[in-house]
Design a protein around this ligand. Structure first.
Ligand code: DX5
Ligand code: ZN
Length: 213
């Protein structure tokens, strides 16, 4: 099983002082998760690559694109802004191999995500191209939703198929659900509300990591 990684999601942080917010969690973070929403693939819109460019941290930036058909130049914007990996959605792209190979060509991590109702079969053919798979554990679009237990079947099956792959879970991760996802085989944990929704972010992180001991 690959290394456990914690990825606080800044979606629940205060964007107007995002660098201060990140500073509070940096020491305990393996990745900073940044949600990009386009108002098409998901109803809300969030931030863009100019916002990502302004983030100052040594922690690698895990960019999650909830974006319809991202073009090469759109992807390049995030690569130039400092993304260490980019996740695209299978449901958002006609031929995800196109985006994945562009991301790989630019020497950063490539990852593909599926929504809770999308079967694992849809991404089997990309598994040898990616550094990570993101199994959404809520419907993409909003923070603070309830973890969908049935997504764990996909995590379990994927871990059996790929013992060394980074498997990320995103949505409704808290000190209880993190343990469930870990036991099924996930090793990269995104948490928004469970960290930035709390006043004491370090205590919140310690509680999450404590569940994995
Ligand atoms: C939802 C986003 C998540 C979100 C998770 O579409 O992809 O990254 O920040 O938020 P929580 O952890 O609050 O469910
Ligand atoms: Zn996300």
């Amino acid at each position: 099983m690959p290394k456990i990684k914690l990825a606080p999601s800044i979606l629940s942080a205060d964007f107007s002082k995002v660098n201060d917010e990140i500073k509070q969690v940096e020491k305990y973070s393996d990745l900073i998760h940044i949600d990009i929403m386009d108002g098409i693939f998901v109803p809300p819109t969030t931030v863009d690559s100019d916002f990502v460019k302004k983030i100052k941290t040594k922690v690698p930036l895990d960019v999650h694109l909830m974006v319809h058909e991202p073009s090469d130049s759109y992807l390049k914007g995030f690569i130039d802004a400092g993304a260490s990996s980019i996740t695209i959605h299978e449901e958002a792209c006609k031929d995800p191999a196109k985006q994945l190979s562009f991301i790989k060509k630019n020497d950063i991590g490539a990852s593909i995500s599926i929504k809770p109702k999308t079967p694992l079969d849809k991404i089997r053919k990309y598994l040898d191209m990616v550094d990570m798979v993101l199994i959404m554990t809520v419907e993409p679009g909003w923070a603070g939703q309830k973890f969908i237990q049935s997504t764990m079947e996909k995590v379990r099956e994927l871990r059996q198929l790929k013992p060394n792959l980074d498997i990320e879970v995103d949505g409704g991760i808290n000190p209880y659900t993190v343990r469930t996802a870990y036991d099924e085989g996930a090793n990269v944990f995104v948490a928004g509300n469970a960290i930035f929704g709390k006043k004491d972010r370090v205590a919140a992180i310690k509680e999450i990591l404590g569940s994995l001991k």
